[in-house]
Design a protein around this ligand. Structure first.
Ligand SMILES: NCCCCCC(=O)NO
Ligand SMILES: [Zn+2]
Length: 343
């Protein structure tokens, strides 16, 4: 399987995130993608290709222009205030507050984010733009007929919605790739989000649409981030009703439980009959993941890939989360090797 990868992700390395009441060194760090790339090369998964440049147009097919232009100019605006340290938001427009975009950067940052997990640094814009190009280059390879392609995206994207960032995510790489499939003639695209956390951004983007089926297996939002989306009763709205399936699971869920949800999601995907499948590939479902509560083990990721491969669909794997850095490469590439093992 071909891997699409850019070194530009090293340009994004936030210092701290607020978690468990502490300013903590960011779990979403460059070594994550380095370890995945190293594993792909070690097992000879396939070639490694650099992304092509797609510009802002495909991003603007998914994201609000005010949001995109805020992110593009944020660091310069921050620096102009004499601040040379990471940007972090700290105030958000909650219920019954005005949804008016403030003039000051701290207000704008809060308007365009939903948590404090999105540091912006000098290199963030370049890194997130390249991460989108990695996803779109993978999508282009699929359009040329590849059975499976791996877009080793960093930063991840599935928490980012049309007009807000959060949870280490800035642009929604998987959603942008899905929209590109549709813009190039696909009638239906299925997205399977196997990350430990609910892909609230991806769900939000496609919630009122029938041309994208969104399925997600994740920690129950009653106890797990992102807390405020991801319940099983969220089925879509309007023409999108019936095209959204959430499978929230309890803390401690292992393969015996997780695989039942995967089978159910795969049944929905098969019934939908998509032209292409996009997998938001987070491996923070791993039993040793430092911020997650599932109990999958490394061999389970081979089985995950095999199950996805048996759908018989052209598949783009887009990297999302996973923070057990020593094992992230083994686990992510196991999925891809499992997929490739299915003929
Ligand atoms: N800082 C709160 C937890 C962010 C989760 C990021 C992630 O892995 N999402 O899939
Ligand atoms: Zn995650």
């Amino acid at each position: 399987m071909l891997t699409i990868y850019s070194d530009d992700h090293h340009l994004h390395h936030g210092k701290f995130e607020l978690i468990d009441g502490q300013l903590t060194p960011c779990f979403e760090k460059p070594s994550r993608a380095d370890m995945v790339l190293a594993r792909a090369q070690k097992v000879n998964l396939g070639g490694v290709a650099a992304p092509r440049e797609f510009g802002l147009e495909p991003i603007l097919r998914v994201h609000d222009s005010g949001f995109v232009h805020f992110l593009k100019g944020a660091w310069a605006e921050w620096q102009a205030m004499g601040r040379d340290y990471d940007m972090l938001p700290f105030t958000w427009p909650n219920r019954r507050l005005r949804q008016t975009i403030p003039d000051c950067i701290d207000g704008k940052f809060g308007y365009y984010s939903f948590d404090a997990g999105v540091p912006i640094t000098a290199g963030t814009w370049q890194a997130v733009s390249s991460s989108v190009n990695v996803a779109l280059t993978g999508q282009a390879e699929l359009a040329k007929g590849a059975r499976g392609v791996f877009s080793l995206c960093r930063p991840p994207g599935h928490h980012a919605a049309a007009d807000y960032m959060g949870g280490y995510c800035y642009f929604n790489n998987a959603a942008i790739a899905a929209q590109a499939c549709l813009d190039q003639g696909a009638a239906r695209v299925a997205i399977l989000d196997v990350d430990y956390h609910h892909g609230n951004g991806t769900q939000d983007i496609f919630y009122d649409r029938a041309d994208v089926l969104f399925t997600s297996i994740h920690g129950d939002p009653r106890f797990e981030y992102p807390f405020f989306l991801g319940y099983a009763d969220e089925k879509g709205v309007g023409v999108g009703e019936g095209f959204n399936f959430n499978y929230p699971l309890a803390a401690g869920s292992d393969w015996s439980v997780w695989s039942l949800a995967l089978a159910a999601a795969c049944r929905q995907i098969a019934a939908y009959g998509p032209d292409v499948l996009i997998v938001s590939l987070g491996v923070d479902t791993f039993k040793e993941d430092p911020i997650s509560q599932f109990k999958l083990d490394s061999p389970d990721y081979l089985r995950m890939g095999e199950t996805i491969g048996k759908l018989g669909l052209q598949t783009l794997f887009v990297m999302e989360g996973g923070y057990a850095v020593e094992e992230i490469g083994i686990n992510a590439i196991n999925v891809l090797q499992g997929f490739d093992s299915v003929q």
